[in-house]
Design a protein around this ligand. Structure first.
Ligand code: NAD
Length: 266
């Protein structure tokens, strides 16, 4: 089996569930050694690491709150101690704290912005420092690769989720501005914008037939996405196969951003 990430080291934040878990598994299947970040519950991350090891790969779990600068530094230090450096960083951690705008608390605003946007800033900044500290490696054409986990809500407004949509809109311009800034050092920064992927974050939207029918009206391709759909794209963005892809958001959404409401509207 072709292993495009053989010899490379990856860190995936928020990788004890959902998309992060799927991405960590896909990167491991592609040959990378993988650091699996979790926030508060070590056990699922340790189980995933054990599974990857049992499959013949190499992985370990590392705890950190990505919104905390010291914890992000400690997480990178742990990865560097264990594997020497890191080549691929997937800034995936995210959460929702939904509320109507009128009643949204400052705490709900801060929690989402701190985790989703500031967390990606802290993770990407330390990744850039590490890529520059250790210099080029023969395993990849790029000095390093950063993949930001955005959302279709970096472009689709979302009533009742103003904090979340603002965080993802912020990721769009953070990613592009950062990509422009570090491309001369051959660091590639890109985003994945998932549509509706079957994970714990959006369980209410797919776990009853009624909710699923409603959700499917937003997806021209006619199915909910799976974490493997995102994992395959993350592997590609992390590999030399995408070496000329810089500062791009890849929408992986079954057509959700095609304004499906207009399909039969005039
Ligand atoms: P999830 O809830 O399964 O995963 C989110 C992960 O982030 C969890 O493992 C959680 O522990 C972690 N996390 C939360 N706060 C953290 C913190 N402070 N520090 C470290 N980790 C933290 O949901 P998911 O769907 O897998 O979401 C992963 C990413 O994908 C998020 O950024 C989310 O916004 C994005 N996304 C998901 C969908 C979807 O349909 N599922 C769509 C678009 C974007």
């Amino acid at each position: 089996m072709h292993k495009p990430l053989q010899g490379q080291i990856a860190l995936v934040t928020g990788a004890s569930s959902g998309i992060g878990e799927g991405v960590a598994q896909a990167l491991a299947d592609a040959g990378a050694r993988v650091a699996i970040n979790y926030h508060s519950h070590a056990e699922p991350a340790e189980q995933l690491a054990a599974k990857i090891v049992a499959q013949g790969g190499d992985a370990f779990a590392v705890g950190a709150d990505v919104a905390d600068e010291a914890q992000v530094d400690a997480m990178f230090d742990a990865v560097i101690r264990r594997y020497g450096t890191v080549d691929i960083v997937v800034a995936n951690s995210g959460l929702q704290q939904d509320a109507a705008f009128r009643t949204m608390t400052l705490d709900q605003w801060h929690r989402v912005i701190d985790t989703n946007l500031t967390g990606q800033f802290l993770t990407a900044r330390r990744a850039v420092h590490e890529f520059e500290r250790r210099g080029p490696r023969a395993v990849s054409k790029a000095l390093g690769k950063i993949v930001c986990m955005s959302s279709v809500h970096e472009v689709i407004p979302w009533a009742g989720h103003v904090n979340y949509a603002a965080s993802k809109g912020g990721i769009q311009m953070m990613m592009k501005s950062l990509a422009q800034e570090v491309a001369p050092q051959r660091i590639r920064v890109n985003s994945i914008a998932p549509g509706a992927i079957r994970t714990p974050i959006n369980k209410d939207a797919w776990d009853s037939p009624k909710a699923l029918d409603k959700l499917l009206t937003l997806i021209p391709y006619g199915r909910v996405g799976e974490v493997e759909d995102i994992g395959r794209v993350a592997v590609w963005l992390a590999s030399d196969d995408s070496d000329y892809v810089v500062g791009t958001t890849l929408f992986v959404d079954g057509g959700m951003t095609l304004y499906p409401g207009f399909a039969d509207n005039g």
